[in-house]
Design a protein around this ligand. Sequence first.
Ligand code: PMP
Ligand code: GLU
Length: 384
Amino acid sequence: MLISKRAQKVSPSQTLKITSEIKKMKKDNKPVINFAAGEPDFDTPEKIKEAAYEAIKGGFTKYTPVSGTHELRESISAKFKKSNNLDYSSNQIIVSNGAKQALFNALLVILNPGDEVIIMAPYWLSYTEMVKLADGVPVIIDADKENGFRPKFDDIEKKITSQTKCIILNTPTNPTGMVWSKSELEQLSEIVLKHKILVISDEIYEHLIYEDSHISIGALSKDILSRTITVNGVSKSFSMTGWRIGWMGAPYDIAQEVSKIQGQMTSNPCSISQMAAVAALGMDGEWFDYLRNEFKKRRDFMISKLKKLNISFVKPEGAFYLFMDIDCTGLDSFAFAEKLLSEKLIGVIPGVPFGRDDFVRLSYATSINEIEEGIMRIGAFLSV
Ligand code: PMP
Ligand code: GLU
């Protein structure tokens, strides 16, 4: 067999696969509605693009330090301090090709073969596959849909063994839009400290919270910060998914190891994108207000339309996803998604790769008109 066991045990990313199929259908002028997209539909702000043009014109087109330019790491360190109350100095920050690479780097550096990683369902579908690629074992904790999939701390504790290395936390959560409360983060922090494990905190949707504001688990105490790897990036907050800039702040020893392995795998992320990311981090509060208001409008609109159809779902508190319950249809999530696409030209992501086969994920990173039309078609689909 030419293909390794490692490659064989990993599933392809359904979010990327289905989204690209839908983009292709749109390009072929099919009137498809894209509720699958995992990216904001706005253009990258002009000021950020200008910084990239300047970088190219100024010849900033060579290798940079593996961990990112000094200027970008300083900007990230200042951002961590100002908006998250996290103390990571610039030598604890590694810039990578998207938050995805930052997450994978973290797992590669901390896991030995057979080490267990706790992942709370529903979860972003790449976590399990990344853990497997790093020779770890994903340990899934299920939660109840009746209480909006809020964390069950007794269950988390029960699944911790001598092999447990870390817990992956994602708030706001993809795919449910759940936002962890301060007291929930405190309870998780106690568990992490008690069992002397690590937490990887994926905060990529931090600016998209509609009622409360974001809290970083690492900001709760110095002790928990010393066990936290905080991951973030520009993809969602600045509509820069294609630029591929993400980063981690980590305890110093971990950061140095990440820099070492990134230096052997990909070197630095794109020099031009790094200059653009410095400009992104300089954007003022007006941009975030615009982003948040725009998504809140769409969320509220989608919710009101679904309620009229009596469809059950988890009310999203953040991110731009809504997790819709399809239990009553008797279809599994792939069959539902395929039927909805072929019969009504609506693209959604099946719930099974997120850990729930009785749900599908709808993204509201699309226009109000499309949301209106799309939910109408879902209504017609369900009433047949
Ligand atoms: N974390 C979560 C929860 C995500 O939904 C995504 C999707 N892009 C990422 C990380 C990775 O983001 P990127 O690699 O584009 O920075
Ligand atoms: N994270 C987004 C999503 O969940 C983008 C696709 C991906 O990176 O998986 O749809």
